[in-house]
Design a protein around this ligand. Structure first.
Ligand code: ZN
Length: 278
């Protein structure tokens, strides 16, 4: 099975959303402050079963014409014991890995940085600059953070961040990471979690990454994922991001939303709802 891809344009930019996830997943227990019954009924109202929820992992490739940018490196790829869907998807789309100029790492979770290198630490994107928000880097390279993880996870983090150390550039101000592509801090899921705003010829795409994990969270922005490091901040961020996406009618991508993970956020009473791309 190859990585599913969805190719689309944002103005002059060619974008490809790539599915780096193979199987439907249960989302039971995904939210720390939601009962199983509430989660199941909210899912059902949108036509989903929580035991076979089509959770995706959707890195985004953008070709501006002068720069090739990959937003997140996905899960560990084939040579590192994973499924390899992202690399297969890029290959199927005819994108040579060494042609990628920038890899924006939105945050330090394994489904976003795990696919940067193979099991031997060899970098797949040989010519790319890596970008990450500085507070994110500082958090995951702090031994106090790693002390809260089990030994295996801490070791994986140490190896991943160690491999990135000599090529990562740390961001401290919101702004362009390539012409037409802006890094936008969306804090809370992790201390330096960032979204990305892509704009060309007046068309825009807002990648909100892990500010949200399922469409049910549009109706319930106060639901927080158990991986949210700062839940109260994440709720505030979610509300602000949804409000902006709805007000500006922005094409929006959520990394874990059902593939191709694209659609619009629509105001709905005191909250919002997800209108997936048809
Ligand atoms: Zn994630």
């Amino acid at each position: 099975m190859t990585g599913q891809t969805h190719r689309f344009q944002v103005g002059d930019f060619t974008c490809i959303a790539i599915c780096d996830e193979g199987v439907p997943d249960t989302i039971q227990g995904l939210y720390a402050n939601v009962s199983a019954d509430d989660l199941a009924s909210a899912a059902r109202s949108l036509g989903y079963d929580i035991d076979s929820f089509p959770m995706s992992c959707t890195p985004l490739f953008v070709d501006t014409g002068t720069q090739r940018v990959l937003i997140d490196a996905g899960r560990p790829q084939l040579e590192a014991g994973g499924d390899g869907y992202l690399l297969r998807g890029l290959d199927a789309a005819g994108i040579a890995l060494d042609s990628i100029d920038v890899v924006m790492l939105t945050h330090g979770h394994g489904d976003h940085i795990g696919g940067l290198t193979d099991a031997n630490g060899r970098h797949y994107y040989a010519n790319a600059r890596y970008l990450m928000w500085k507070a994110e880097w500082d958090y995951w390279t702090d031994e106090a953070t790693l002390a809260q993880l089990d030994t295996k996870r801490a070791a994986v983090r140490r190896a991943s961040f160690g491999a990135m150390a000599d090529r990562v550039e740390l961001l401290t101000t919101e702004g362009e990471i390539a012409p037409g592509i802006r890094c936008v801090p969306m804090l809370g899921h992790t201390p330096g979690h960032c979204g990305v705003l892509i704009e060309s010829r007046g068309e825009r795409l807002l990648d909100i990454v892990d500010a949200i994990h399922t469409p049910m969270q549009m109706q319930h922005p106060d639901w927080h994922c158990r991986f949210d490091v700062a839940p109260a901040v994440a709720v505030e961020t979610r509300r602000a991001v949804f409000a902006q996406a709805a007000a500006d009618n922005l094409l929006t991508l959520g990394f874990h939303l059902p593939f191709p993970s694209l659609g619009h956020v629509v105001a709905d009473g005191a909250a919002w709802r997800w209108q997936p791309l048809a």
